[in-house]
Ligand binder design. Structure first.
Ligand SMILES: [Zn+2]
Length: 146
């Protein structure tokens, strides 16, 4: 994105106060001009703020996905240890290590994915109801006009 005032290039709308003017330039403008532009760019700002809601939940969902992968890796390492013990003739320990690794690896994988997907589902439901609310509001407005 490029500022139409100073021609500086910015990575995203985050650095902009209006669709075309960066925050830095905007702050230098006279107050009456700021007010006029602010009115014009109200929708722009609202959209920017609504872009990605619940950043913390999103991060947690990603963390649980990583934990799911780590569970698989941990389970696999445990299994390798079990096989090594088996090869060395320590059968009792080998079975115990292998069984525990498979159990905790699978449990870790399933619960991490379930939590991650659960958060994703909640976010999707929330997003859907927000879209529905917007649609219903515009529908009611159109009905009022008719
Ligand atoms: Zn600028």
């Amino acid at each position: 994105m490029k500022c139409s005032n100073c021609d500086k290039e910015y990575p995203s709308g985050f650095y902009f106060s209006t669709p075309s003017i960066c925050t830095e330039c905007f702050d230098k403008l006279p107050p009456e001009q700021q007010a006029a532009l602010q009115e014009e760019s109200r929708d722009f700002k609202r959209e920017r703020e609504e872009g990605k809601p619940y950043p913390v939940l999103r991060t947690i969902a990603v963390i649980y996905k990583i934990l799911a992968v780590l569970s698989v890796i941990g389970g696999f390492i445990g299994l390798v240890v079990g096989i090594v013990l088996f090869a060395s003739g320590d059968f009792d320990k080998a079975w115990a290590v292998a069984a525990i690794s498979i159990f905790y690896g699978t449990m870790g994988l399933i619960s991490s994915l379930a939590i991650s997907e659960g958060i994703g589902l909640l976010l999707e439901v929330e997003n859907n109801s927000r879209i529905n609310r917007k649609l219903i509001t515009s529908l009611l407005n159109n009905l009022k006009k008719a």
